[in-house]
Ligand binder design. Structure first.
Ligand code: DGL
Length: 242
């Protein structure tokens, strides 16, 4: 069984990629919507939430905890990962591997304020890809839009354009450093044009999870969704998202 968690709906973008790769895996997904958005919280709060979420999935006896929240990975990279029984697949590491494979010289990262504040993306990518230029830009307005279902139309388009206005024009690639942002991909494409590659680390995350688990990823293909927030609204959004 595979365990995933995020602060909210964004983690479903990772779940979708994991499901594509491992159709018969049994998956438990936890959305900590009582505490969303994580990106505006302090690092101390985020470490506590990380510990609780890892312990929750560990207690289910999962074979792997597949991180679906960059903000949690960012504080873990900075302050140390809590001990877990199950192996953890780090999403920022997956992003760095994807950047390395792409052979880019100058990449931008859009992420939550807490992730950018931790500096984890820059450190992780530079450690893997010598000489690369990494620019991190916070985008705190985007998670609330996605959680509210405001993903189409002028409001999200303008919010994404505002974020992209803070990026240098000469990037080779832009990494979605928050799992909520791939839902807004068409707006990023509209703001940036076709000259910049858009990288969703969830693809590499799913690839690494499949490699790690091998035949242990074979089960009955069940998915269990849980939230610490409003369950009825959450399940309706799950149906809409997937
Ligand atoms: N989706 C999460 C991430 O990847 C956190 C978003 C938030 O709650 O601020 O960082």
């Amino acid at each position: 069984m595979i365990g995933l968690f995020d602060s909210g709906l964004g983690g479903l973008t990772v779940l979708a990629r994991v499901r594509e790769r491992m159709p018969s895996a049994d998956i438990v997904f936890f959305a900590d919507q009582a505490n969303v958005p994580y990106g505006d919280r302090t690092h101390a709060e985020l470490l506590e939430l990380l510990q609780a979420n890892l312990a929750r999935l560990d207690a289910r006896g999962v074979d792997a905890i597949v991180m679906a929240c960059n903000t949690s990975c960012a504080v873990a990279e900075r302050y140390g990962w809590p001990k877990t029984r199950a192996p953890v697949v780090d999403l920022i590491e997956s992003a760095a591997i994807a950047v390395d494979r792409g052979g880019f010289a100058r990449v931008g990262i859009v992420a939550t304020a807490a992730t950018v504040g931790a500096g984890s993306y820059g450190r992780t990518i530079r450690a893997r890809v010598g000489g690369i230029d990494v620019v991190e830009v916070p985008a705190p307005a985007l998670v609330p839009l996605v959680e509210a279902g405001a993903t189409e139309g002028q409001r999200p388009r303008a919010a994404v354009a505002e974020v992209c206005g803070h990026l240098p024009l000469d990037l080779d690639a832009l990494v979605f450093g928050c799992t909520h942002y791939p839902v807004l991909e068409s707006h990023f494409r509209a703001a940036l044009g076709d000259g910049i590659a858009l990288i969703d680390p969830a693809f590499m995350q799913a690839e690494r999870t499949a490699e790690l688990l091998g035949s242990r990823a074979q089960g009955s293909g069940s998915t269990e969704y849980t939230t610490s927030g409003d369950e009825v609204a959450f399940l309706a959004n799950v149906a809409r998202f997937l």
